[in-house]
Design a protein around this ligand. Structure first.
Ligand code: EGV
Length: 377
């Protein structure tokens, strides 16, 4: 009953994102919404020929080539050799398959990073998992034990919305800790394309530590491809969870045209596209920070974040939820951070989240609206 009331009164982040989508000043969702680069445009101009190629080629080969191109571009060199990789239409589909596989195997107790994007706890709870929060700081510190009884440790890295990255020493620690308890280490790496610090070979470490793992890789946040994207679900070939079986309950596979598109964009990324993307996001982040630098008592708590969203801490007396509504009246759409703090919503009220994967003009407009709202009090 309480749960149903919650659902009616507080929108989830995706409902807020949806409401913003038709707006001119949509800095709500984390999807890439800006012009294609020149080399990306070239790929799109070849879509007709790519369709013909995809129709003729072996789907399995296209799948393998796209996976290999993407995983190589993000530094995951051991993945193809050691892991089974399943291609999904989005990383949320991969997450749903993961959660159902856990449930089917009798697993219930998941330790989950806090805060993180709300659809992760929502999908896991929806599939019957019991969640224990683990603070982002304790996860990233890479010391300490798993909470008692935890059968899964779920980490978003880089984390959304903070951009914090699980470094090699910390991954090694948790891999060892999970291996000693036969727990599964699940990583959502949807934002790793933005941050080279998250591009060391995770699979090599996990294999070396003998850890059971599931990794969700994602192209969805990286390229302005009108939501043509792939979520990869990767796990050891000998993993006993019924991931392949549940995948096939849901999908035969994804479109070979989509696989070919992902392959071409991944090759372009490796060939300078990622550098260009990193420059673009860095420049938008600097622009936002500069435009708001004159506003007293606001701050950017994630000094070293490289991902395509940015948290802003509001002055005392403002809440993220109120600020979101006030900005909405000025035609600017952002996310409140309350919902990211799934175990302690009030702690998220200090912040809003702004998307940086937008044209710079939109960042300027949003910054001006935020200044106006705060100055008015
Ligand atoms: C972000 C949208 C889903 C998600 C956006 C996101 N929600 N998939 N239910 O893709 O950070 O804005 O992760």
């Amino acid at each position: 009953m309480e749960g149903q009331l919650q659902t009616r009164n507080v929108p989830n982040l995706t409902e807020i994102e949806l409401a913003a989508i038709e707006s001119g000043n949509n800095l709500a969702d984390g999807h890439a919404r800006y012009e294609l680069t020149a080399s990306q445009q070239k790929i799109i101009n070849q879509l007709g020929e790519m369709y013909a190629l995809a129709a003729e080629a072996s789907p399995a080969l296209l799948d393998q080539k796209a996976q290999s191109a993407f995983l190589t571009a993000v530094g995951q060199h051991s993945a193809m050799a050691g892991a089974e990789v399943l291609s999904c239409y989005s990383s949320s589909v991969a997450m749903e398959i993961t959660a159902r596989s856990l449930y089917t195997s009798g697993v219930r107790r998941v330790a989950l990073i806090h805060p993180t994007f709300d659809n992760i706890p929502d999908i896991l709870r929806g599939a019957g998992m019991d969640l224990t929060p683990m603070s982002e700081d304790s996860v990233m510190a890479g010391s300490g034990r798993l909470p008692a009884g935890a059968e899964v440790l779920f980490i978003t890295t880089p984390n959304n919305p903070t951009g914090q990255v699980l470094l090699p020493e910390a991954l090694t620690h948790w891999a060892r800790e999970c291996a000693s308890k036969d727990a599964v280490l699940v990583l959502d790496s949807s934002f790793r394309g933005f941050d080279e610090r998250a591009q060391y070979d995770h699979y090599a470490i996990l294999v070396q530590e003998g850890c059971r793992y599931i990794i969700m890789e994602d192209t969805g946040k990286l390229w302005p491809t009108l939501d043509l994207k792939i979520g990869f679900l990767a796990f050891p070939r000998d993993e006993r969870l019924p991931l392949h079986r549940i995948y096939t309950d849901i999908l035969l596979g994804v479109s070979p045209l989509l696989m070919l598109l992902v392959q071409r964009f991944a090759e372009d990324a490796q060939d300078g596209g990622f550098s260009e993307l990193h420059r673009f996001i860095r420049s938008n982040r600097a622009l936002l920070r500069k435009r708001l630098s004159g506003i007293p008592a606001t701050s950017f708590p994630d000094a070293d974040s490289r991902i395509s969203v940015e948290r802003l801490a509001l002055p005392a007396g403002f809440t993220g939820s109120d600020m979101r509504h006030a900005l909405c009246e000025r035609g600017v759409h952002v996310l409140p951070c309350r919902q990211f703090y799934w175990a302690e919503p009030e702690a998220g009220e200090r912040y809003i989240r702004l998307a940086l994967s937008r044209p710079p003009e939109m960042i300027r407009t949003a910054a001006a609206a935020i200044c106006a709202c705060i100055e008015r009090g």
